[in-house]
Design a protein around this ligand. Structure first.
Ligand code: MRU
Length: 318
């Protein structure tokens, strides 16, 4: 897998030979993004199952499940692998299928979502919900890519996304490679940008969507949603069904990962915060459903009231 910690300055790959290698890669953010860590976990299970017995299989699943708590795709993928293992089917094939399905889902999210992007649009996104964060193509960036492929003139504003800089480093890297007009702003600039009338629509990804439509996504997403509401800009979430967690009634039940303070206090070797200052580093926040105009899935766009539309789409209805 490409080492996302090193982008954009270095394009280096990490080879994982065991589930332990994959777990370390997920924990240390070599790979990140909800669908991508689900696919990686499935591949990790497949790597170890070749050499393990049943008890070890479940231990491997536990090891991978303990890496990051917020994105539900991780647990969804591991549960799917457990079911396949219990049914005696081929684990390797299932991991590959899961990856292929994720790519197809991103394409379908793009097809459904392109319609929310005006023919000439300035789109604001936060964090990275692109090819790097999924099997390929992306969820939020899938919507942008599909709009561009449909001939729309799209300019993207990418929030830098403190502290890990997924927007500045990863979203900008992806979009520039695709030749899509990209402008990076610091997180604190989004309000002025909207106030100046320079954003037509916001599209972000998600790590977990509760049954009522509350959305956990990268820290700072909630701020963007509040600003979008204030300025009358539609706020959309693009995510596959594997991100929807109907067993969690609302956002208050979503576990929010807190990461090492060093992500905030240091930039590489440079110290940014003096010793003695406390820091708070939650990796995600929850945007209440009332701020969300629509949730773009591979089966279409869910609209409020989300308790009904999400259940409907998860039950297999369009
Ligand atoms: O901490 P990260 O980089 O894994 O967080 C990623 C996000 O918050 C993404 O927006 C989300 O996973 C959607 S990716 C299609």
């Amino acid at each position: 897998m490409i080492d996302q910690r090193k982008l954009p300055s270095k394009e280096v790959y990490v080879r994982c030979r065991t589930a332990k290698d994959v777990a370390r890669a997920i924990r240390t953010m070599v790979i990140r993004g909800a669908p991508a860590i689900g696919v990686a976990a499935a591949m990790g299970v497949a790597l170890d199952v070749r050499r393990s017995r049943a008890t070890e299989f479940y231990r491997t699943c536990d090891l991978l499940a303990a890496t990051r708590p917020t994105a539900v795709n991780l647990f969804w993928a591991i549960e799917r692998m457990k079911r396949v293992f219990a049914g005696g089917a081929l684990i390797d094939a299932e991991a590959v299928r899961l990856h292929d399905e994720d790519v197809a889902n991103c394409r379908a999210i793009g097809r459904h979502g392109a319609g929310v992007v005006p023919a000439e649009a300035r789109v604001l996104t936060h964090c990275n919900a692109g090819a790097l964060a999924t099997g390929r193509y992306g969820s939020a960036l899938g919507v942008i890519r599909a709009a561009v492929e449909a001939g729309k003139r799209v300019a993207v504003y990418a929030d830098e996304t403190r502290p890990f800089l997924q927007g500045a480093r990863l979203t900008a890297w992806e979009l520039v490679r695709d030749g899509i007009d990209t402008t990076v702003i610091t997180d604190g600039m989004a309000g002025s940008l909207m106030r100046a009338g320079m954003v037509d629509v916001v599209v972000v990804g998600a790590d977990r969507i509760a049954a009522n439509g509350d959305v956990a996504n990268k820290i700072g997403t909630y701020t963007v949603a509040v600003l979008a509401r204030e300025h009358g800009v539609p706020f959309y979430v693009a995510a596959p069904l594997s991100t929807i967690d109907l067993s969690t009634p609302d956002g208050s039940g979503i576990p929010i990962e807190e990461r090492d303070a060093k992500e905030m206090t240091y930039m590489g070797a440079s110290q940014l915060v003096p010793e003695g200052a406390a820091v708070w580093n939650p990796a995600f926040d929850v945007t209440p459903a009332s701020f969300v105009a629509g949730i773009i899935t591979e089966r279409g766009i869910c609209r409020p009231p989300f308790a009904e539309s999400l259940k409907h789409v998860c039950d297999g209805n369009q």
